[in-house]
Design a protein around this ligand. Structure first.
Ligand SMILES: [Zn+2]
Length: 406
């Protein structure tokens, strides 16, 4: 595989190079995925290889969820590392990802600077400020807040980051915080994480509670201002209510199908269809323990792509994208560190415990291989260039343009 395909500018900058390590902030040794991870590739014929290259050269490649976040090498240091805010961003790896546009949530749930549970207003503001400071010092990525910004990524030889938040807990009961977050660059907001909040109910809560009356006002404000709505971590009722309440299409940025793997984190056929009927798009997730399948041992690109094909068959090629949700480092260690705080095990609960992923997701381990390998898998399977272009680019861009250009 051509590792340098659609490669972006990178000038050897490492996060917080403008500060002195262990003097201005506590430095943690980082996992090094560029040199330590075996890169998996999918063999293509010469013709397919040409199509692959053409797709990445001509189309604005979008990931509905990936992270430049780098984990520390020592897993017991994960929480202290997150708490001190100066977490590192893998500019070099992101430059080699082949992706043009990333919905980036800056790991907003896990800074824990002021609370034990995360997702607090002050924590999110702290996190955005410090990430923007670091981003201001480098040239690989830029913050994109308009559709025009988004589609410039290829010409600029940079990656457009669309600032996103995993959950709207930070709004509390302050409707104007939608506008404040918009003013701070946020363009995509998950209505809930796995818990309930003032807006709606997360997927680890009961099944009958839906969007609150206040939540409907939040959806209305997001529609008015032009902020994308994400229901990836909402329970089914809240998701249906949000689709009905919103005048715009909605994103499920990172999920999979209950029809393949029945856990709370996956979406039912009815919900996937409702999302598509509204014009929305579903991003296929590849985070460990999400898109598993009884047909595959462990979590691999094949089980991830089984979800992709299932959802394509169910809702059509125009409503599917990729939201692999990868990071740099041991993603399982990260899930274990934050399991109790974010109800991760509950969201992945399945009767078949033996299927739990204990290792990384082979073939979709970090952003350097996620979208590239998922694209190669589709080409290897015989999908047409036009259909692949919709999945990696056109479908997401259609909704971004519609919502951002109101
Ligand atoms: Zn998530």
């Amino acid at each position: 595989m051509q590792n340098n395909i659609n490669e972006k500018k990178y000038s050897a900058y490492e996060s917080f190079d403008y500060l002195k390590r262990n003097d201005d902030y506590e430095y943690f040794e980082l996992s090094n995925e560029l040199t330590e991870t075996p890169t998996h590739s999918i063999e293509l014929t010469d013709v397919q290889e040409e199509t692959f290259a053409h797709l990445f050269h001509k189309h604005t490649v979008v990931s509905l969820r990936d992270h430049g976040f780098i984990l520390p090498k020592d897993h017991s240091a994960i929480i202290p590392y997150c708490k001190q805010l100066h977490t590192f961003y893998h500019y070099e790896g992101i430059a080699q990802s082949g992706i043009d546009v990333i919905f980036e949530n800056f790991m907003d749930g896990i800074s824990l600077t002021q609370s034990k549970s995360g997702l607090k207003w002050n924590e999110v503001i702290d996190l955005l400020g410090i990430r923007y400071a670091d981003i201001a010092k480098q040239e690989t990525v830029y913050i994109a807040t308009t559709y025009e910004d988004v589609i410039q990524a290829k010409d600029r030889k940079q990656v457009a980051l669309i600032p996103s938040l995993e959950a709207a807990n930070v709004i509390e009961n302050e409707l104007d915080r939608v506008d404040i977050l918009y003013g701070l660059g946020i363009r995509c907001l998950g209505l809930t994480y796995n818990d309930a909040n003032t807006i709606g109910t997360g997927l680890s809560e009961n099944e009958t509670s839906g969007l609150t009356n206040f939540g409907k006002r939040v959806v209305d404000r997001m529609n008015k201002i032009g902020m994308l709505i994400d229901i990836s971590h909402c329970n089914e009722q809240t998701s249906f209510d949000a689709i009905e309440a919103s005048e715009d299409p909605i994103f499920i940025t990172h999920a999979g199908a209950k029809g393949v793997w029945n856990t709370p984190r996956m979406k039912s056929d009815e919900l996937l269809k409702a999302c598509a009927e509204k014009g929305g798009v579903i991003g296929i997730c590849a985070a460990p323990n999400t898109t598993l399948s009884p047909n595959h041992q462990g979590h691999t690109i094949d089980s991830v792509m089984e979800h992709t094909e299932y959802i394509i068959d169910l809702v059509g090629i125009d409503h599917v994208a990729f939201g692999p949700d990868t990071i740099f480092g041991d993603h399982i260690a990260l899930q274990q560190a934050f399991d109790r705080l974010l109800q991760l095990s509950e969201s992945h609960e399945h009767e078949d415990k033996s299927a739990e992923a204990k290792e990384c997701v082979v073939g979709v381990e970090n952003p350097m291989e996620s979208i590239k390998n998922m694209t190669r898998w589709l080409l290897n399977k015989g999908y047409s260039k036009a259909d692949v272009a919709k999945i990696i680019s056109g479908n997401a861009l259609r909704v971004i343009e519609q919502v951002f250009n109101k």
